[in-house]
Design a protein. Structure first.
Ligand SMILES: [Zn+2]
Length: 541
């Protein structure tokens, strides 16, 4: 065999590689097949624009092409005829650490199109945050996950559950923890000023910490101090934290609790509008249910009763005079606030110390205790529950009119406030299984509160923008391939308060980072979810 001189070989190779580069630059030409092509889709790109018909080509974990048609070969092809393809939904408020390590497939979320869940809301996050994110990174999952750092958790670590302002020294320590968490990849600072110990925090102390998160590009997101009689003050406070801390601020799971307060969303939304008009980057998220869920003790006891250790809390319930004061406040909270005015409006979601109580309401518990099914009997049942160790509760005290008004607001995105339930265990709020499906079924298809394109925007591009996730939330070449395919006429939530452990329907395929994680009723074996890091990550990833 006659070999050409080395110089000629190099010349031929150079010419060949030049041809290959040219081929790759030609529009539409591909030298390698796509890993995945979705054809004939109604593409809702997440921006809020109406759908257009097209095909999406994916290579690896990236959308590489969107075109009217893609005819080139692909390892796998999906015909999405008649279905909508949208960006995978991004849930900015979840308690996914409840369950994600036991159920890393997060079936409840994936089966309603969610591909990203954000933890650490309500002022509560694991600390140090970096260790938590590392643990998540070592746990193969179906969904992407990221986290805020919680102001309440930081305060608990530095000050404990004490009802007082921080000292100068303590403030410096807390600022240092926020800074480290931002460098570890937090998306910002969450507050839970409703809860102990967040509720003991003066606003200026919150601003001091929020400003640190803001310097690293993070946001502030707040479970407000009061969502009932003082909801207007609380929205003002949330706006002030953003305005004076110089960072975006979000009213999370916005709602108006308690019949006497219904209708006040007119005023809360005006406050948000006024803030935005003067340049404050204030936004909202919401879940589509007229019941909330939190612990019985947080909802139905005054905060001062929960200060300090468990022994201190119990001694307040033993002392006749403080017990009488707590009971009077519990009666008020059942009558006009989270109790919804009727013991049957408070249900128990789960009680660690007695699983059989899950699903029972306060009237049932009162009857079990030989108490009348009155508000007073329910208050006594409540104090008994707290003495036994407390329960997670569900509280029916929100008006549908407020819900829809908040939902229609252009600065409102969708978030579940849910968790990753163990299928069949306890009686959790159905929001964990149904939030995104319910918006699409009830508020898009049945009531026309939102258009489909706008609802999808509030589940994808909008939360992505809020979090600074510039490579997700929109379908466009170069973006990460998180996608959901669903049947717009069939999509619906099936989880109810009576039977919460039921998956959403109408979602056919869910894709995380280019890999199918759910298809035709089954989770696949793939675990392509990644940990997402906020804007302050050091060194940047
Ligand atoms: Zn909350």
């Amino acid at each position: 065999m006659k070999l050409p001189p080395a110089g000629r070989v190099r010349g031929v190779l150079a010419a060949m590689s030049l041809v290959m580069v040219l081929v790759q630059l030609l529009p539409g030409a591909q030298t390698a097949p796509y890993d995945l092509v979705i054809r004939n889709a109604r593409i809702l790109d997440g921006t809020g624009s109406p759908w257009f018909r097209g095909a999406i080509g994916i290579r690896g974990d990236v959308i590489t092409r969107i075109a009217p048609a893609i005819e080139e070969p692909a390892t796998e092809t999906i015909d999405a005829r008649g279905q909508v393809v949208a960006p995978g939904f991004i849930d900015i408020h979840t308690h996914a650490r409840r369950g994600i390590f036991e159920v890393p497939t997060a079936d409840n979320y994936v089966r309603q199109g969610v591909t990203t869940v954000i933890e650490g809301p309500d002022g509560s996050s694991p600390l140090p945050l970096g260790a938590f994110l590392a643990k998540l990174a070592a746990t193969p999952r179906s969904v992407n996950i990221g986290s805020f750092v919680g102001q309440g958790s930081i305060r608990e670590t530095v000050i404990g559950p004490a009802n007082r302002a921080a000292t100068v020294d303590e403030r410096a320590k807390m600022r240092a923890i926020v800074e480290q968490a931002m460098k570890d990849g937090a998306f910002g600072l969450s507050t839970g000023l409703f809860y102990v110990p967040g509720t003991f925090t003066p606003t200026d102390e919150v601003i001091d910490l929020a400003a640190v998160a803001g310097r690293f590009g993070g946001i502030h997101i707040s479970h407000m101090r009061d969502e009932a009689s003082r909801v207007l003050d609380s929205v003002e406070e949330t706006i002030a934290i953003g305005e004076n801390g110089h960072l975006p601020t979000q009213v999370t799971h916005h709602k108006i609790i308690g019949r006497p307060n219904w209708g006040r969303s007119v005023e809360t939304l005006k406050l948000v509008d006024a803030a935005r008009a003067r340049g404050v980057d204030a936004t909202i998220d919401q879940y589509p249910y007229t019941a909330s869920s939190t612990s019985i003790q947080s909802a139905l006891l005054p905060a001062w009763a929960l200060e300090g250790s468990r022994a201190e809390q119990l001694s307040r319930l033993t002392d006749p005079s403080s017990r009488a004061k707590i009971r009077a406040e519990t009666i008020r909270l059942i009558t006009t606030e989270r109790g919804g005015g009727d013991p049957r409006n408070v249900a128990l979601a789960s009680c660690q110390w007695d699983q059989t109580l899950a699903g029972k309401n306060l009237a049932d518990v009162a009857a079990l205790r030989g108490l009348p099914a009155t508000v007073e009997g329910a208050a006594d049942a409540t104090l008994w529950i707290v003495e036994r160790g407390g329960c997670q509760g569900i509280f029916h005290a929100i008006d549908e009119t407020d819900l829809e008004r908040i939902l229609r607001h252009p600065a409102t995105m969708i978030a579940s406030d849910g968790e990753v339930p163990i299928f069949g265990r306890a009686s959790p709020h159905p929001r964990s299984y149904g939030t995104f499906a319910r918006v699409l079924a009830v508020y898009v298809r049945e009531r026309n509160t939102l258009t489909l394109a706008d609802a999808v925007r509030r589940m994808s591009a909008f939360p992505a923008q809020r979090l600074g996730l510039h490579d997700r939330g929109v379908l466009r070449p170069g973006m990460k391939a998180d996608l959901v395919i669903f049947e717009p006429d069939r999509v619906r939530d099936t989880a109810t308060f009576e039977r919460p452990h039921q998956y959403a329907e109408g979602f056919t395929i869910v894709i995380t980072n280019g890999t199918i994680v759910y298809r035709d009723g089954q989770m696949t074996a793939a675990r392509p979810g990644v940990v997402l890091y906020g804007p302050g990550i050091n060194p940047p990833r």
